[in-house]
Design a protein around this ligand. Structure first.
Ligand SMILES: Cc1cc2nc3c(=O)[nH]c(=O)nc-3n(C[C@H](O)[C@H](O)[C@H](O)COP(=O)(O)OP(=O)(O)OC[C@H]3O[C@@H](n4cnc5c(N)ncnc54)[C@H](O)[C@@H]3O)c2cc1C
Length: 402
């Protein structure tokens, strides 16, 4: 079967790889000139096999008044009178109950476990390097109340066979000695030793090259998909803004946050909202931690990626079209420098990046046939965890198409 994969971010490249490995003829398409330039480019690099928490949660609901009043710099919400946005917001609210949060989180964790298995298979098969490392991760809790509130979820995840450990500050410092100099509040930590990291942009480029070389994947980069042609309700070709249509038997839409540009053809695209985030990357900084850190109070993620150090964070909803937002980078830089003084804002080579998380209200990605056109499959809406979930989602997609 000839399958077009529309979008070459982490999810699209993983899909193209596994579809071609399963014997399909694949054309991987992207509007950009190379893979991995969208939401996957400058993310926090975390392969969070053991984390996977859905965004809509009782804790976020409790914090919502402070966010809406603009008292938490990590979040910015602008309410829009757009029916899709309002419906998405209502569905997001409906997912904030303890029951829904845990059900969504369990689903995400199962998908993350499948991703982890696929990553092991990939690393055994392909000679690709993308600064992959099993770094482990420490979630730093600022006070005893927050730490105690985290305990029930840790116990539930342990019952699922996931290695999560509650640590005191001293125990956390033994895992990551750089924490001795950490200027943020630490009452204790949740440690996930199996969590890994890697550069998603390099992964996209290297895995594309590997799939081209090994499984004969064709690429069409620098080509923007405008929609789809159908015959009696079944897909017949992919239509472009800038070249002749491509006749295919099936198409997989992995367009990340930009899936909304295809909303006239695909109803599902309207169920995904972009949530902007930002990152700063500097050359290796003295005293920086090697274990990945999440500062729960400030919603910051720190990662040592190869010879670089990155901080990522912030979540802006209702402000689509993430771009260069100097005020948001200043918020991120200030928060990061509060806890790890001197790392950010010093190097001339500091790279500022903004991206959009493609969020569904439940944080669970949509991996399903399109409800509009037979022969089209959606693999999108991976939110805060698209890099983590890419390979597992691709595996499910292959099973779905089979
Ligand atoms: C600040 C931040 C930190 C994050 N940290 C993490 C993390 O640590 N771990 C984690 O797992 N996830 C993280 N994420 C989330 C993760 O980056 C995303 O979920 C993931 O990148 C989504 O991948 P994707 O392939 O679906 O989308 P993308 O990477 O955006 O890829 C979509 C591609 O489709 C192309 N495209 C779109 N429309 C068209 C069209 N019409 N025609 C042709 N091409 C098209 C785009 O050019 C793009 O290349 C983070 C996100 C942000 C913003």
């Amino acid at each position: 079967m000839h399958i077009a994969v529309v979008g070459a971010g982490a999810v699209g490249v993983a899909s193209a790889y596994l579809l071609s490995r399963a014997g399909h003829r694949v054309t991987l398409i992207d509007a950009q000139e190379e893979p991995g330039r969208g939401a996957s480019a400058g993310n926090a690099a975390q392969l969070s096999w053991a984390y996977g928490d859905a965004m809509a949660s009782p804790a976020l609901l409790k914090h919502l008044p402070a966010i809406l009043a603009g008292r938490d710099p990590a979040f910015r919400i602008r309410l829009r009178l757009d029916p899709d946005f309002l419906l998405w917001g209502l569905r997001f609210l409906a997912n904030m109950s303890a029951q829904r949060w845990w059900s969504n989180t369990q689903d995400i964790l199962r998908l993350a476990a499948e991703s982890r298995q696929e990553m092991a298979l990939l690393l055994a098969e392909a000679d690709i390097t993308f600064d992959y490392r099993v770094a482990g991760k420490l979630h730093l809790y600022p006070n005893i109340a927050n730490l105690s509130a985290a305990r029930p979820a840790v116990e539930r995840k342990k019952a699922m066979g996931i290695d999560q450990r509650m640590l005191s500050r001293l125990e956390a410092e033994a895992v990551e000695p750089a924490l001795k100099a950490y200027q943020g509040e630490i009452a204790g930590a949740v440690y996930t030793p199996d969590d890994a990291l890697g550069d998603a942009a390099i992964f996209c480029r290297q895995l594309t090259d590997f799939a081209v070389r090994t499984y004969g994947v064709s690429t069409a980069f620098g080509n923007t998909v405008a929609g789809f042609e159908q015959h009696r309700g079944r897909l017949s070709a992919v239509r472009f803004t800038d070249r002749a249509p491509l006749a295919v038997d099936a198409a997989v839409v992995t367009a990340g946050p930009q899936i909304r540009s295809l909303a006239t053809s695909l109803r599902e695209a309207r169920e995904i909202q972009p949530v902007s985030g930002y990152s700063l990357t500097v050359p290796w900084c003295r005293g920086a931690p090697l274990v990945s850190l999440t500062d729960v109070k400030r919603k910051l993620a720190f990662a040592a990626i190869g010879n670089r150090f990155r901080v990522a964070g912030l979540a802006d909803l209702g402000l689509p079209g993430a771009g260069f937002a100097p005020d948001r980078f200043a918020v991120l830089r200030e928060a990061a420098n509060t806890v790890l003084p001197g790392c950010f804002g010093q190097a001339e080579s500091e790279q500022c990046w903004a991206g959009e998380r493609p969020m569904t209200p439940s944080s669970r990605p949509r991996i399903a046939p399109s409800r509009n056109i037979r022969g089209i499959y959606i693999n999108a809406g991976h939110g805060m965890l698209g890099w983590t979930l890419a390979l597992g989602s691709a595996r499910r997609l292959v099973e779905l198409i089979a």
